[in-house]
Design a protein around this ligand. Structure first.
Ligand SMILES: Cc1cc2nc3c(=O)[nH]c(=O)nc-3n(C[C@H](O)[C@H](O)[C@H](O)COP(=O)(O)OP(=O)(O)OC[C@H]3O[C@@H](n4cnc5c(N)ncnc54)[C@H](O)[C@@H]3O)c2cc1C
Ligand SMILES: *[C@@H]1O[C@H](CO)[C@@H](O)[C@H](O)[C@H]1NC(C)=O
Ligand SMILES: *[C@@H]1O[C@H](CO)[C@@H](O)[C@H](O)[C@H]1NC(C)=O
Ligand SMILES: *[C@@H]1O[C@H](CO)[C@@H](O)[C@H](O)[C@H]1NC(C)=O
Ligand SMILES: *[C@@H]1O[C@H](CO)[C@@H](O)[C@H](O)[C@H]1NC(C)=O
Length: 502
């Protein structure tokens, strides 16, 4: 009796071992997912696979997964997490798919978890919280909130996914008053590496809550719901002025002064500065964009902080409108289909001269790039985006975020470099030129005492060490939190965005 019981136990053990071994074969992950979630798995060469393989940057769509799995609720995400981690299967997670580089939210020989079906949007009865599924895009959120006279601190372009933007930070039209998107999350529902479903808020698992605000998702878990703080908001005032590139030396001092003196005096304002080369406009142009959360009177007048730009003669384009967020955010979508790369660094915002110097470095680099491209289209952008003192103080709410920005560091300027192009044979040349130019700008900033070193995750190039740039305290804390929530390091198989390095 006893012996046979033992035998049964031993056999059982053996069986588990054999099955266990078999289940660890990564190539069967898709079959297991399909068995557990019938109808939610898409294999290559099917219409649903082709539909799922849709990304803003053409480079991302070139990584072809073994299958896409599209869970329909949080429990299904938990099942997916358990199957993938049990098999050590490489995987990635896709929300709006707006990462520029290949593999940011796509994977070769792995599984892509497509969150598109998790698209609920629920407004709380008191109107102060909007619960948003991670498969939504910002246009979905604003189309739900605009008619209610509500808004959230969210993305500025309608087509971008909610998840990547919030988890990496999230610069919004309302950031001067309220900080970045991540600073305005009340609670995250998260499926962690074990498959457990947990909440992260200032009251519950506040370590995870801190990490998910700016530290990205891929080291911690799959967020299945964002509870966002909402507020009353009508239409916004929006104005764009385009000038010839030669006016950069006039416009940059105005923009630098707006950052350092204007924005702190008016938290309803928001702005960014774009310099790009557009052959259709005859060469370089500067696009200055201005926003205001309250409408000036009369509505076609200009809020005082922006009026200096009105005195610059000869705009090529000048538009002012009063719009809802849905209309505004759709107007700045960037079309799909090109190859893209984004890189960034951050400098002190205290020197207009250095910003002008960056323009000349950018211009010289572009000449080399255009020559290398031999006439094939290459469109470079240099964007300046302020992190004003208002933003820095608003980032301290709810216990602060993980990005390591110090309010005493003074106003900062994100220097964002992007390129879009068509010819895949230029990929390496373009990536190298961005890496090099970022390096040149960082070394020059150090020389001038204007260095900061912060790298914003959502604008970063694939090889930039983002969390390292948050500073040693933040990086150490992020690593400890990742270890606590994923003690076996299972999420090492999650490919893509900015992993914490050993
Ligand atoms: C046209 C355009 C406009 C933009 N405008 C802004 C702007 O106004 N402000 C701003 O701050 N940034 C902006 N960005 C940058 C944007 O924040 C990032 O590209 C962001 O990663 C996009 O999020 P996504 O969900 O679309 O990306 P995805 O590529 O789908 O995801 C990005 C990363 O997040 C991970 N991830 C996705 N979903 C989850 C989840 N639920 N849980 C855990 N991890 C997850 C993915 O695995 C991936 O690593 C813009 C980008 C573009 C292309
Ligand atoms: C599936 O599509 C890929 C890429 O389009 C192609 O190379 C492959 O031959 C196709 N496989 C089948 C079984 O049709
Ligand atoms: C979406 O909302 C509905 C209604 O509140 C709810 O029944 C459903 O479970 C939600 N789905 C998800 C994925 O959260
Ligand atoms: C936004 O404004 C436009 C133009 O006035 C209007 O047509 C549209 O319905 C509005 N959108 C929402 C979601 O309220
Ligand atoms: C910036 O302005 C200076 C002075 O007008 C001009 O020489 C330079 O070409 C401009 N740079 C760009 C990129 O337009």
């Amino acid at each position: 009796m006893r012996t046979s019981r033992v035998m049964v136990a031993v056999l059982g053990q053996l069986a588990t071992t054999v099955v266990g071994k078999r289940t660890e074969c990564p190539s069967n992950a898709c079959a297991s997912l399909a068995a557990a979630l019938p109808g939610d798995v898409a294999y290559p060469n099917t219409t649903s696979y082709q539909q799922a393989n849709s990304y803003w940057s053409a480079r991302q769509a070139e990584a072809l997964p073994d299958c896409f799995v599209s869970p329909k609720n949080t429990e299904a995400v938990s099942v997916v997490m358990k199957i993938l981690t049990a098999r050590n299967k490489p995987f990635t997670v896709k929300s709006g798919g707006h990462t520029a580089f290949m593999g940011g939210s796509s994977v070769t020989a792995g599984v892509t978890v497509d969150l598109a079906n998790l698209n609920n949007i629920t407004v709380s009865e008191d109107g102060q919280t909007v619960s948003v599924g991670p498969g939504n895009r910002w246009i979905d959120v604003s189309q739900a909130l605009d008619p209610l006279g509500l808004a959230v601190v969210g993305g500025r372009a309608g087509d971008v996914g909610v998840s990547g933007l919030i988890l990496g930070g999230g610069i919004s039209y309302f950031s001067e008053r309220k900080g970045w998107a991540c600073d305005n999350v009340r609670n995250f529902e998260v499926v962690v590496a074990s498959g457990d479903i947990v909440n992260a808020s200032p009251e519950e698992n506040e370590d995870l809550y801190w990490a998910l605000r700016g530290g990205g998702g891929s080291n911690f878990g799959i967020v299945t719901r964002f509870d966002l703080a909402s507020f009353e908001q009508g239409d916004i005032w929006s104005s764009s002025l385009v000038f010839a590139g030669a006016l950069n030396t006039t416009l940059i001092p105005l923009f630098q002064d707006l950052t350092v003196n204007g924005l702190p005096s008016d938290p309803d304002g928001h702005t960014y500065f774009v310099l790009t080369h557009q052959p259709a406009f005859g060469g370089y142009i500067v696009l200055t964009s201005f926003f205001h959360a309250t409408i000036p009177s009369p509505p076609d007048s200009t809020p005082p902080i922006f009026t200096p730009f009105r005195s610059v003669p000869g705009p090529l384009f000048d538009s002012t409108s009063v719009v809802n967020i849905s209309t505004q955010s759709q107007s700045i979508n960037i079309p799909y289909g090109s190859r893209q790369t984004w890189w960034d660094t951050t400098i002190a915002a205290t020197s207009a001269d250095f910003m002008v110097e960056i323009v000349s470095l950018f211009e010289a680099r572009n000449d080399a790039l255009f020559a290398a491209a031999g006439g094939s289209p290459v469109v470079p952008f240099l964007n300046f985006q302020p992190i004003s003192t208002n933003v820095l103080s608003a980032m301290r709410q709810r216990g602060g975020n993980s990005m390591g920005l110090d309010a005493s560091g003074g106003p900062l300027m994100i220097v964002q470099l992007t390129v879009s192009w068509e010819d895949p044979s230029l990929d390496a040349i373009i990536e190298e030129s961005l890496q090099e130019l970022i390096g040149v700008i960082e070394r020059r900033a150090e020389e001038l005492g204007l260095g900061n070193g912060f790298v914003y995750m959502n604008y970063a190039g694939s090889t930039q060490r983002v969390q390292h740039r948050f500073g040693p305290d933040s990086e150490k804390r992020l690593k400890a939190i990742a270890k606590k929530w994923d003690p076996q390091g299972k999420l090492a198989q999650w490919r893509g965005y900015f992993k914490l390095e050993d």
